[in-house]
Ligand binder design. Sequence first.
Ligand code: MD5
Ligand code: FE
Length: 203
Amino acid sequence: WAERLSSGTVLLHGWACAGDAPLCAAVEDVLLQSPLRGMVTPGGQRMSVTTASCGEWGWVSDRRGYRYSAVDPDSGQPWPAMPPPLRELARGAAAEAGFAGFDPDACLINCYLPGARMGLHQDKDERDFNAPIVSVSLGLPAVFLLGGLRRADPSARILLQHGDVLVWGGPDRMRFHGVQPVKPGCHALLGERRINLTFRKAR
Ligand code: MD5
Ligand code: FE
């Protein structure tokens, strides 16, 4: 069911559960071509989440900062294409949330092993903040922190389970957000991992 969390945020509970096996298989296939890697923050710290990309643009990070790149800096090659089932899932979820016509050009794949977390941050490397972001949670559950437009604003805790899809747009696109450390567990399809797909209009 669709739960409106605020004016621009919709949580589609279990939206990706039907067809989750081929979806996870498509993700595993991308990861064979674009391996997960530990990004380095501009401060020199390695993130506990590992990241890969598919689509026209991939998100990369190093001591020079964060940016979108058309080329995988590790392989020197373009990123793997976005598998059509992933693109269709993102387009359908965006339309359901009121963002018909969303056409993502980047899909980030974040992998959380037990203990991995993501600190509070804003996503502001994309060119067009009017386009929504679609986030698909797969595998182990996690507690998502949904903050406000200022870092010091209080955060709501939202449990994200396998198959849940969140769509952020409009005024909520720039909220601070993060993920609490993932608890140990084993998921039938993905094992001891949480995988999050985020679909974006990067450029
Ligand atoms: C995750 N990933 O669960 C999250 C899901 C990231 C990231 O945060 O940057 O890779 S995406 C959550 C998100 C994206 C854009 C806006 C907002 C949340 N928001 O305004 O709350 O791995
Ligand atoms: Fe983010």
